[in-house]
Ligand binder design. Structure first.
Ligand SMILES: Cc1ncc(COP(=O)(O)O)c(C=O)c1O
Length: 385
């Protein structure tokens, strides 16, 4: 019963480099079930892409080193996406750097400024990658409360030292909160006063259900503050459901991109031209609006099945791929252990997040209907035992 919890706690014991709690939990589940268990732990949606991509011509792509900043065709496709889907004014490919997923983008930015950063700041709870980067680069860490409607950047960042680098994640993992335009504007105002560097992690921005301006909001506000350094990180992992391609990108002024490119060359030399070619195809055929509708329907389906459980509390998320569900800590841990031990279903407790607690667990609705129905049915079974 206690095992999931104990392992999560052991993971956060200070500064020893170690794998994230997610990796440790996956290892444990895979050793319990060598034949496979239902891992409802990843935050990417599942779509059927295979029909869209013709890979027959890709072999020749494996036979050269492309540019460290990314294939020009892919940089162009990303720039086109920004103007087409986010209504941004013309974006030059020189403002885009291709990376090995958003994690690599985050690492590259932090590493570029490593020696002049008094602190690296991130929300709690949040994606464990921010803490991992700070730890591995030995940059002092600061935490601020994850945003919600009441969240105020001025108090969240009040003790931040001049020059700190702040990660902002919207839609937020794990709460699904999407910053509104006033909050984004206030972030920039405070950043201008404290000379903060901003990194907007927008990996879930194709799934914003109901806010004005949607995914364009942080880019639009950034244009009002040309003197605040703001970098945007995105990837195919979440928005297109393709984490295995390991394609991410940074959007930034071209001078910053030139600095980050040095980091890419030093860390991975360049990205695979094979996966970059697949990524470009995906961009050309991406049914973004349809994917949003699919995700909206999946969220509705999960809420229909669990929304009336008296033991579970959650806010309907404004975006993203997950529900952040609250209950008694003992209930959460016994539910998650029961699902794993009796039904080979792995869900993540809140402690798998930076600063998260086990009064929460994460339920993902990015899956096809049958899996949503299965996990909801098992949760209902647990409460009706
Ligand atoms: C908020 C957030 N940012 C970044 C990432 C990393 O994504 P990628 O697969 O592109 O490295 C994740 C993965 O879970 C995430 O949740």
């Amino acid at each position: 019963m206690q095992r999931l919890k104990r392992e999560g706690e052991e993971l956060d014991d200070g500064c020893r480099p170690r794998l994230s709690a997610l990796s440790e939990l996956l290892r444990r589940a895979r050793s319990l079930y060598p034949g496979g268990c239902l891992e409802l732990t990843e935050t990417f949606p599942v779509f059927q892409h295979s029909a869209l991509v013709d890979v027959s011509h890709l072999q020749e792509r494996a036979c050269y080193y492309p540019d460290a900043a990314g294939e020009p065709q892919l940089r162009q496709a990303i720039a086109d996406h920004l103007t087409r889907d986010l209504a941004m004014p013309r974006v030059e490919p020189a403002s885009i750097l291709v990376t090995q997923g958003a994690s690599h983008a985050i690492f590259t930015i932090a590493q570029t400024f490593q020696h002049r950063l008094p602190a690296l700041s991130f929300p709690v709870p949040s994606f464990a990658g921010y803490r991992q980067v700070a730890r591995s680069l030995r940059i002092p860490m600061m935490e601020y409360p994850a945003p919600d409607e009441q969240w105020n950047p001025r108090s969240a960042f009040s003790r931040h030292p001049t020059g700190a680098l702040v990660f902002v994640n919207s839609p937020h993992n794990p709460t699904g909160y999407v910053l509104n335009i006033e909050q984004i504007r206030e972030i920039f105002l405070v950043a201008a006063e404290h000379k903060l560097l901003l990194v907007f992690d927008v990996v879930y921005d194709a799934f914003i259900f109901q806010t004005a301006l949607g995914a364009a909001a942080p880019y639009v506000v950034a244009q009002e503050f040309p003197n605040v350094p703001a970098f945007f990180v995105n990837s195919l992992s979440k928005n297109m459901g393709c984490p295995g391609l390991r394609i991410g990108w940074i959007v930034a002024p071209s001078e910053s991109i030139a600095m980050f490119e040095v980091g890419v060359e030093a860390s991975v030399n360049c990205l695979s031209p094979v996966t970059q070619a697949i990524a470009r195809e995906l961009f050309l055929h991406w049914p973004r609006a349809k994917c949003l509708e699919v995700m909206r329907a999946r969220l509705g389906r999960m809420i229909d099945q669990l929304g009336d459980s008296p033991q579970l509390q959650f806010q309907v998320p404004l975006g993203g791929t997950m529900l952040w569900v609250k209950s008694e800590e003992a209930t959460v841990m016994s539910l998650l252990n029961w699902l794993l031990e009796e039904h080979a279903i792995l869900l993540l407790p809140g402690s798998a997040y930076s600063g998260g607690s086990d009064e929460y667990f994460r339920l993902l609705y990015g899956y096809p209907e049958a899996k949503i129905d299965l996990v909801c049915a098992r949760i209902r079974d647990f409460f009706s035992r």
